[in-house]
Design a protein around this ligand. Structure first.
Ligand SMILES: NC(=O)c1ccc[n+]([C@@H]2O[C@H](COP(=O)([O-])OP(=O)(O)OC[C@H]3O[C@@H](n4cnc5c(N)ncnc54)[C@H](OP(=O)(O)O)[C@@H]3O)[C@@H](O)[C@H]2O)c1
Length: 218
């Protein structure tokens, strides 16, 4: 299925920018968010049907603005990619990685921005998989675990509201975050994520999937 209208949250670089590049190349109409639209990072120089929006996911006002801008837009694929790893205070990591993705998806749902049957993917990490552990997974792991927990709590309601939502581990990817030793290129990761997201079925709603379509344990 070709996704005609796509939204990528956090698209200035890394996996987010590559997702935008690939969806544009596939002929999709793409809405992409960056923190500063006058400095869109890797989005500058991309050709195609691309609309840039401003969003720092910590900012509630900007979140509401984005949702209002996209109201009625019939977004068929929404990918919340923005995330941070090391070198930030724990509170900020929790805010960006755990609280913001849930808040952004809820704002889009409330605004009627997503089409019926839309695919919603939130980028999580294998580092947030508790696998029964009750001790800390570190700031980053704890934030993605908290995201996963809240996602599972909201998934029933989101399903009733007509979307198919998953959390996705993108693999270990050579980006600013993943570093140069990572096993996957951004192209490989984004290609896999697109394949997974574009073919999501109702039965997969609420799951934790990997970039190459496998189910990941919580
Ligand atoms: N790379 C990996 O190996 C790996 C593994 C597991 C999970 N992940 C997850 O995959 C996602 C993408 O990772 P990546 O490797 O592409 O990271 P990256 O290269 O560090 O890029 C992160 C993206 O998130 C944006 N962002 C950060 N804080 C933001 C905020 N407050 N508001 C809006 N946007 C914000 C950045 O925008 P700016 O340019 O404005 O900072 C950038 O576009 C993240 O959620 C990450 O946790 C990555």
């Amino acid at each position: 299925m070709l996704s005609q209208r796509v939204l990528v949250i956090g698209a200035s670089r890394g996996i987010g920018a590559e997702l935008v590049r690939q969806y544009l190349a596939a002929g999709s109409q793409v809405h992409a968010t960056v923190r500063d639209v006058s400095e869109p990072g890797e989005l500058s120089g991309l050709y195609g049907d691309l609309t840039r929006h401003r969003l720092d996911v910590r900012d509630l006002h900007q979140t509401a603005e984005l949702a209002a801008e996209l109201a009625g837009c019939d977004i068929g694929v929404a990918i919340h990619n923005a995330g941070i790893y090391r070198g930030f205070p724990r509170d900020e990591i929790m805010e960006v990685n755990a609280a913001a993705p849930i808040r952004v998806v809820e704002a889009l749902l409330d605004a009627g921005a997503l089409s019926s049957g839309a695919a919603v993917a939130i980028m999580t990490s294998q580092m947030g998989a508790r696998r029964g552990r009750t001790d800390t997974l570190g700031d980053y792991g704890d934030s993605k675990a908290a995201l996963n927990d809240e996602f599972r709590r909201r998934a029933v309601d989101w399903g009733r509201r007509g979307v198919i939502a998953v959390v996705v581990h993108p693999g270990w990817v050579r980006t600013d975050m993943g570093g140069t030793s990572a096993t996957l290129s951004v192209e490989e990761s984004a290609t896999g994520i697109r394949r997974v997201v574009d073919s999501l079925t109702q039965e997969q709603h609420g799951r934790f999937l990997t970039w190459d379509g496998r189910e990941h344990p919580w």
